[in-house]
Design a protein around this ligand. Sequence first.
Ligand code: UDX
Length: 481
Amino acid sequence: MVEGIFANWLKAFVLRHQFQYTQAVNTRYGQRQTEPFSVDFGLVKVSVIGLGYFGATHAVAMAELGHEVIGIEPDPKRLSALVEGVLPFHEPGLDEALTRVIARGNITFQSGHNAESASADLHFICVGTPQKHGSEAADTTYVFSAAKELAAHIKPTAVVAGKSTVPVGTAAALKAAMSEIAGFSVNLAWNPEFLREGTALEDSLRPDRIVVGAWDDHAAAVLKACYQPILDLGTPYLVLDVPTAELVKVAANAFLATKISFINAMAEVSEAAGADAVALAKAIGYDERIGNKFLRTGIGFGGGCLPKDIRGFIARADELGVGSAVDFLKDVDAINLRRRDRVVALATAELGEVAGKRISMLGVSFKPDSDDLRDSPALDIALRLSRAGAVVTVHDPVSLDALAVKEPGLAREPELVEALREADLVILGTEWKQYKEADPVILGSVVASKNIIDGRNVLDVEAWQAAGWRVTALGRNIVNG
Ligand code: UDX
């Protein structure tokens, strides 16, 4: 479908825009010269450096647009999987798209830079910025090493677009470091990525907006050419100063995290006041100024972005001397983590003593349609109950292989009914469709005790109660007969 939409566009676009583009570039660091720069404005040769969840998605998306893409990934296992057309993680629709672009011949993969990647007009840096060990700050080591390695190969006319989530100010330091190595002023721009796991390809090809922070028009123009098929769909293209572009990503994630923690704070109040936070969220969400998205109350946010991004933001604001401006994010983080404590407390209250009890955990990824276990609330709860002596069995539609690698000590069961056999308590940790649609009568026939904690507030409580289940949920005061 995506292929059809863009194929026709590309034909027309390439004809319309093929021309020689003369661009003033810095061929020596600090010295401006003018040289002809050939950009075929329909198709750009790009490299994508770092093929994790978002880098791999971005590489495939760029190939879907028709660009000639060189994916660069140093991890040999990940690289060989991609070369063979196998996605090293679960992301709906991306595997088919990968097969498609490999067959079409406009994507190749390699472990590092060579003459081929050096000839690219545009390089995207997509490496990770995890939380530093022993600190809240973001670790930019991989971004700096990827940028420095690139700088040794890059041609003076090329544009580098940083897509990694970085502390504000990183781009300026990167530009200086790269220019020093390259011997000319590198055209660096910042182009944050907003894709969500589970809908990553769709988010890449039909984003809400494209944000570019640039020091010069050249970088913004090359990126615009690259994204033109997406812009032609009416997508806003925002060219900002570089620090603002860096901030857009962390500010957006901080807002989203705050929204979730807000409703989870209301859940805490609702639990104490005999109210219902799900009904509350619905009622306030009708106000267009508030909106009903990202107001789902439950065990909170996890994943490779929101938790570490708010912590990194707090650390960076502290460095800038404005820590108090984002002090509230510490509460956002604390509220989020308290929801996990709440589930452990509820499980303990339901079972009396968790040691020796059989608990089935439904879902272990941080969200549905993903096998990403990074900072997963469901996994954290499963581990804590296991450490407290419970016999925990985990079910998940796609994440059990990843779980076997990350937490081999947790029991895994791929069959849903088997995962619940003889359970004293069931906890729904990730709102996979399979669980929402599961038959409570069938599941009730295999457990030792029909007792479930709905950690995501997605079950049809009446239907489960009608099947004889006792249902407990976060933020609600469900009356069980
Ligand atoms: C997030 C941002 O949404 C995305 O723009 C950015 O590029 C990367 O980080 P992602 O991590 O894929 O994307 O997941 P998201 O859909 O934002 O969900 C994050 C977490 O919040 C999940 O654990 C999810 O279960 C939880 N969540 C989300 C809630 O608890 N309640 C909600 O209402 C929404």
